[in-house]
Design a protein around this ligand. Structure first.
Ligand SMILES: [Zn+2]
Ligand SMILES: [Zn+2]
Ligand SMILES: [Zn+2]
Length: 284
């Protein structure tokens, strides 16, 4: 057709004459609140007399690991651990637009029942985002939430599936899943704009590391100084943060065996920080 013959050269000329405008979409600013930064037992550990568990420093009190993210007007939490209720009350989080799950270990899902408060106040189900493995665990552990005949007053959720290698959106916010290894269990980390959150990992494949590069801030788990089968040690987390060249890295999921916040902080290289409960980051 004649149309094709004339359209092609015209298009080519037009592209050449256009000034070069880089198509880089600025990342949305976000605010991150560390709801909890402790390992599965939290700190203090029940009945433990060690110097970390007995420390008077508020930074040595660590609830189970979770974050709250505010982005594009959305209020999101990553994981609902056993301390979820207490964390939402402490941080005065009065709306919840979605929960995103990293993996199905109890210290990351146990508090899901308490999203009921948001069902009541918002008068709708809370969307949750999880991979297939986590969904199976949620359906088992919270069977009543997914029952055909529901008892009145139980949590109401709207299940959304996260596929590995496939970014998903909540509202207008794009979130990129990053698959990491927690011994043999795949765990999801998430990149929100220039911020990447990774918990419960001891190994990351090269292809997934590429997804983290270019972040302005990174959260990474570091359990303790001595080796562990499914978590990065302090040295391993520092080495990874330096390899990825992220300007600021915040370490989470600490065991009481890591030592006191103040002492460990003194030993850290530039750009590596130990997170603490209630810490907030504003990322432009
Ligand atoms: Zn954990
Ligand atoms: Zn202790
Ligand atoms: Zn875990």
């Amino acid at each position: 057709m004649a149309r094709h013959g004339s359209a092609k050269p015209f298009t080519a000329v037009r592209i050449r004459l256009r000034p070069q405008i880089p198509i880089i979409k600025a990342a949305s600013p976000l605010k991150v609140t560390f709801l909890g930064t402790g390992t599965s037992q939290g700190i203090p550990v029940i009945a433990c007399g060690c110097e970390v568990c007995q420390s008077p420093d508020p930074k040595d009190k660590r609830l189970r690991t979770s974050i709250h993210v505010e982005i594009n007007g959305l209020s999101l939490v990553v994981d609902t651990g056993p301390d979820f209720r207490q964390q939402m009350l402490r941080e005065n989080i009065n709306t919840l637009d979605a929960v995103i799950f990293t993996h199905a270990h109890k210290d990351h899902i146990a508090g899901m029942d308490d999203i009921r408060a948001y069902n009541f106040i918002q008068q709708k189900a809370v969307p949750i985002y999880a991979d297939k493995i986590v969904q199976e665990a949620l359906r088992r552990d919270f069977h009543y939430v997914f029952a055909d005949e529901k008892y009145p007053g139980i949590p109401e959720v709207e299940m959304n599936t996260i596929e590995y290698n496939t970014p998903f959106t909540i509202g207008t916010t794009k979130i990129e899943p990053i698959m990491v290894w927690h011994y043999r269990l795949p765990v999801l980390g998430f990149r929100f704009g220039d911020f990447t959150y990774i918990t419960d990992a001891n190994r990351i494949d090269e292809v997934e590391k590429e997804k983290i590069k270019g972040s302005k801030a990174l959260v990474l788990n570091a359990l303790r100084k001595t080796e562990h089968i499914s978590h990065f040690t302090l040295d391993e987390a520092i080495a990874l943060a330096q390899e990825l060249q992220v300007p600021d890295t915040y370490l989470i999921h600490l065991s009481h065996q890591m030592g006191r916040h103040e002492e460990v902080t003194k030993e850290l290289p530039k750009g590596i920080h130990i997170a603490y409960d209630g810490l907030q980051l504003n990322i432009d």
